[in-house]
Design a protein around this ligand. Structure first.
Ligand SMILES: [Zn+2]
Length: 100
């Protein structure tokens, strides 16, 4: 079982990671789960979707429904505000990585 502190830190990393990809192209749940898996994060839909909703509510992401293969898929794109937050988070992450 992961420590609560580590879990909280990883959730922060995951939020930055989502914003980073949502800036490049609209992202959806299973894409992000696979992407995070390739970076060593085993995240379930039950954990990921509330993060999407939180970022949407904070107006860092916008959601658009599209029909893919007869099913509705929710795509998330970064907003202007999200882009600004991402820039600040990246600067801090780079600074910290440099120090570590
Ligand atoms: Zn990535």
């Amino acid at each position: 079982m992961q420590s609560p502190i580590l879990r909280k830190l990883f959730l922060g990393f995951i939020q930055i990671h989502i914003l980073h990809h949502a800036k490049k192209e609209p992202v959806f749940g299973t894409f992000m789960i696979d992407e995070l898996k390739s970076h060593g994060y085993d995240i379930s839909p039950g954990t990921l979707y509330p993060i999407f909703h939180k970022l949407e509510k904070a107006e860092l992401l916008t959601m658009e429904s599209r029909v893919v293969d007869g099913k509705i898929r929710k795509y998330y794109s970064i907003t202007q505000k999200g882009d600004e937050i991402l820039s600040q988070a990246k600067a801090k992450a780079k600074e910290l990585t440099h120090e570590l």
